[in-house]
Design a protein around this ligand. Sequence first.
Ligand code: ATP
Ligand code: MG
Length: 345
Amino acid sequence: MTLLTIENISKRYGPVQALKDISLEVQAGSRTAVVGPSGSGKTTLLRIIAGFEQADTGRVTLDGDVLADGPAAVPAHKRGIGIVSQDGALFPHLSVAENIGFGFEKGAADREKRIVDLLDLVELDRGMLARRPHQLSGGQQQRVALARALGRKPRLMLLDEPFSALDTGLRENMRKVVARVLQAAGITAVLVTHDQEEALSFADQVAVLREGRLIQAGSPQSLYLHPRDRETALFLGDAVLLPAIIRNGLADCALGRVVVEGNRQGKAEIMLRPEQIRVVADDGDRSYGGRVVEVEFGGAVCTVAVSLDDVALPPIRIKTSSVGLPSRGDLVRLDISGNAHVFER
Ligand SMILES: Nc1ncnc2c1ncn2[C@@H]1O[C@H](COP(=O)(O)OP(=O)(O)OP(=O)(O)O)[C@@H](O)[C@H]1O
Ligand SMILES: [Mg+2]
């Protein structure tokens, strides 16, 4: 079932076209990640959904209720939408307990219990209730902001880069906590992030924005393996891009003959993800291979750069395990698994 429908949303700030004709659907109970470079319109889109900003044209519908139709809009506090903004924005002069209980109706009898339950939900220690935001770490503040947003029992939760201030380990942990909390509460979520790994692992649907346009939306797998264009491919991870000639579903390229999807024929650029390529020691059958020019030891995942016999191309960088790592100067063969992708445009 579709919970949120965004139809043809456009928004201009003076000369800046922040959003251009965006349409997107979000299924009930799902998680959508909105990704894109800085300034691509991610926060603007979230603010329009939340009701903090009005679109010039287009419609926002939540669970059958029209929330915005062009500039005509239901006010933010009547939308039943929670938002954890890019800067966290706790009230600095209020305690953790007061921050979490801020949206509760005055004199609610179960106020204390609800605050404690929310604190438990985001896995914060009860000893923190009396503290002020400045006495918490960045990650703890973000959990309080999430608890405050959850306290209003939103139909939809919007998260604008909620983990951006955290280091890698804490980020991953917070991402899991948030995913679990949202799932447990059955809340649909839209998350904005710069981080492709976060988007791919958190979301059921990923939406890619660029210069105010929606370039592509779909499952993490489909976007990662079938990006619409080069920029999207590179935004979502490392990619090996090779010129090729395609005939009847087979592409001839510097790595040999690879199966491709689609009906395209003739000259094209194909894409492989580096993990599809395996570096194999030279066994004499080195018709498609090259020489190792760089080995970067990275623990569990190492990187090997191979300069192809076809000297016109830059070296190909491949992720490999540390087991059987080749050395610089070794002659190797490159084996491909799976299909190559051909860009639509
Ligand atoms: N209130 C505003 N007035 C004028 N221009 C604005 C306003 N808000 C956003 N913009 C412009 O609209 C464009 C999109 O901004 P937005 O904040 O949505 O980007 P973003 O994708 O969230 O970027 P970031 O990743 O840096 O947070 C930018 O060019 C920005 O400068
Ligand atoms: Mg932003």
